[in-house]
Design a protein around this ligand. Sequence first.
Ligand code: ADP
Length: 267
Amino acid sequence: MTIETTINGPQTNQTSEMVRTEKLVKRFGSNVVLNGVDFSVGRGQAVVVIGPSGSGKTTLLRCLNHLERIDDGRIYIDGQLVGYREEKGRLVEDSEANIARMRSQIGFVFQRFNLFAHKTALENIIEAPIYVLRQPKGEVIERARMLLDKVGLANKEDSYPHRLSGGQQQRVAIARALAMNPKLMLFDEATSALDPELVGEVLKVMRQLAEEGMTMVVVTHEMGFARDVADHVVFMDQAQIVEQGPPEQIFGECRNERTRNFLSRVL
Ligand code: ADP
């Protein structure tokens, strides 16, 4: 009989969790920005992270794909340790190649769309699958067209970013992330830079993704989206997760005074 030990964390990617952080600590100088955060996301779940400005939400997202180096704790994505590997019981920073491979499996949509200005919508989407994943161009283009259609921009494949509205650019950015076939999508205030009338079209695409079962972590100030779309809502304040639960709980009878204060200010 073999006994599997989980003392050193999951070794395989058979876990039901897509994301797990354990006692995650991140500091900027003496400023503790994540103070022992245990955060998890199940496969197929849409988790929405809310909380006041400066509470650590963006930093948490950035740590998940090692855009920030953590100071303590561990992060697992799909059962794999992020950014580090264990050698003789000690953690050593992982190779650039492994970190890049891990990042290629995680879609990240930022507040600013960061499209290549000199490339069309279609060219923006096909760039990474062709040059990073080395997939055949014909297949990549076919898939890119399908993704443009999915985000409602089938007729914009030849448009350059400056000819697209902010909402359209953000939808191209989402299609570009999806073109890598990610196992996890991270959204960092993806609608915050948009004119109010353009927010809905981006949220609609995000909602559709959640309904299709994409695993996603969404940092947002859009409380309606959190309430309607999230499987799980996490409230952060002062570098910690203060309260979490299903939206009915957080928006209904949340117990914590800090959560109630925050919601009374934003709702
Ligand atoms: P939120 O997304 O909840 O607004 P952030 O994660 O952006 O919060 O920021 C949390 C804290 O970390 C803030 O005090 C912020 O000033 C600080 N911070 C974020 N990024 C950096 C950085 N690169 N250097 C120094 N401090 C930072």
